[in-house]
Ligand binder design. Structure first.
Ligand SMILES: Cc1cc2nc3c(=O)[nH]c(=O)nc-3n(C[C@H](O)[C@H](O)[C@H](O)COP(=O)(O)OP(=O)(O)OC[C@H]3O[C@@H](n4cnc5c(N)ncnc54)[C@H](O)[C@@H]3O)c2cc1C
Length: 351
């Protein structure tokens, strides 16, 4: 029997764990350094002073393709289902710099007239129709340049702002630092599927369902202090296992799958000496994404029937650049290792 160790219970680690658990008879052990499962997609429950239970999401707040994308695909394959709420009917309502870009505010007739008048296909249609090969050709072009090329330099400022903001929300980077190819691959898929939304039970419902599958298929999940992997042991180019927890316990493995970030995995857990200098340089040169300050507020009465409201105030191009700054640009050293321990993790108030 093949022994597989997975480091991390984020959607990446728990998702791959669920697939292996369901589709093979390999022995799986998943290690998670936090008490909470799910990484940046985790949720937890808390009671308020009136005894009502609220679900708080740690990071994610919305999913681009829900059940029709990769997350739903894994759920299907492992035989789990979740209930999803799409951001439609009515909605989404999007007001950017004073302009209402909502689908709901335009009649079908008017949309058709606008489309017929325009000689160019609309940007969403273009993204939907681009082949994978074509998206790869624009991998090294920035989203800013790509938008300028499509809409014209100095034109369609609001639309460019809207797509630029989506890069910020989804990838955590400014449009000038976002690969146009990656953007089109992700958003083309979103535009095709039209299934953006949120799972009932909080974002954590997804990794929790994956972890359930691991345990239902005799896999083990070890979390908290004991679940913290200190080192991945590699000898003569082959993985031997991992060392975990305060007592530095050795766990043997034939395969180790690391869901910790690439810098931590390569530079700390495995160690530079096990990789080519070129690859180590590539990893060291990778930069952390931007920073977002976000507050989620739970309300206990219905205040709108819209499933998603987006409002962006008016600001200039220069202002936008300033709004997207990276931690590294500001001289911060990002210590990913310590950012994930419970007392230092950023918590967002959510519902
Ligand atoms: C504030 C915020 C908002 C976001 N909003 C959205 C959104 O709305 N929609 C969206 O699609 N995406 C969003 N994202 C991005 C999304 O959350 C991530 O892309 C996704 O959750 C990452 O999953 P992952 O499995 O790759 O990694 P992670 O969730 O980071 O999982 C890695 C796991 O590995 C564990 N780990 C790391 N090192 C070790 C170790 N040595 N030993 C044991 N365990 C270890 C960590 O504790 C963690 O649980 C958001 C992210 C943040 C931070």
């Amino acid at each position: 029997m093949v022994k597989i160790i997975i480091i991390g219970s984020g959607i990446g680690g728990s998702g791959i764990g669920a697939l292996i658990a369901k589709e093979t008879s390999h022995e799986i052990t998943l290690f998670e350094q936090n008490e909470l499962l799910g990484g940046r997609c985790a949720s937890y429950k808390k009671k308020d002073d009136q005894g009502r239970t609220w679900i708080f999401d740690i990071g994610c707040h919305i999913f681009s393709t829900c059940d029709k994308g990769p997350l739903g695909n894994i759920l299907d394959r492992v035989g789990k289902s979740l209930q999803w709420s799409y951001t439609q009917n009515p909605g989404p309502r999007v007001v950017v710099m004073g302009m209402d870009l909502s689908r709901t505010t335009r009649s079908k007739k008017r949309r058709k007239r606008v489309e017929q008048k325009s000689a160019k296909p609309n940007f969403n249609e273009m993204m939907k129709n681009m082949t994978l090969e074509d998206t790869k050709k624009i991998d090294n072009i920035s989203l800013t340049d790509f938008l300028d090329e499509f809409f014209g330099k100095g034109k369609a400022a609001v639309k460019k702002m809207m797509y630029g903001m989506q890069a910020g929300v989804m990838f955590g980077v400014a449009p000038h630092a976002c690969s146009a190819g990656e953007f089109v691959r992700c958003f083309g898929d979103n535009a095709k599927q039209m299934s953006m939304g949120y799972p009932h039970g909080g974002t954590g419902a997804i990794p929790e369902a994956y972890c359930q599958v691991i345990e239902e298929n005799q896999g083990k999940i070890i979390k908290g202090q004991e679940g913290r992997v200190e080192k991945i042991i590699v000898e003569n180019g082959a993985v031997k296992g991992v060392i975990t927890g305060p007592n530095k316990t050795f766990h043997e493995a034939d395969i180790v799958i690391a869901n910790s970030d690439i810098k931590t995995t390569v530079l700390r857990l495995v160690g530079e000496s096990n990789f080519s200098s070129e690859y180590v340089k590539y990893v060291k040169d990778l930069q952390w994404g931007g920073q977002v300050c976000s507050l989620k507020v739970g309300v206990d009465k219905v205040i709108t029937d819209q499933k998603m409201l987006t409002y962006v105030p008016t600001f200039s191009d220069d202002d936008m650049k300033k709004r997207f700054t990276s931690l590294v640009d500001e001289g911060f050293e990002v210590d990913s290792e310590n950012m994930t321990v419970p007392e230092k993790t950023v918590l967002l108030v959510g519902f």
